[in-house]
Design a protein. Structure first.
Length: 86
């Protein structure tokens, strides 16, 4: 008996447009680059590195980059939406 079906026979993953699948990752990558381009000289104001802390150790792991347009969303708000992709 097959416990986990192969990818081509699985249903759509939970999470909608933030599910960890290739098309969502590619879309987020394109959005990241569009935000970077649109910010021009103010790029330091909209790009952040994202790190996760390994508890209980005092280790931090690089997770990725976050881009957001200043004035439309806070850093915390920008991080909440793509949480499943990180």
């Amino acid at each position: 008996q097959e416990l986990v079906p192969p990818p081509n026979r699985r249903g759509a993953p939970h999470g909608g447009d933030m599910a960890y699948i290739n098309e969502n990752i590619q879309r987020q990558k394109n959005t990241y680059y569009q935000i970077r381009e649109s910010m021009g000289e103010d790029i330091e104001d909209c790009i952040r590195d994202v790190y996760g802390k390994a508890y209980p150790q005092n280790q931090f792991w690089y997770i990725g980059k976050l881009a957001f347009t200043s004035g439309t969303v806070s850093e915390a708000g920008a991080l909440q939406r793509p949480w499943n992709l990180l």
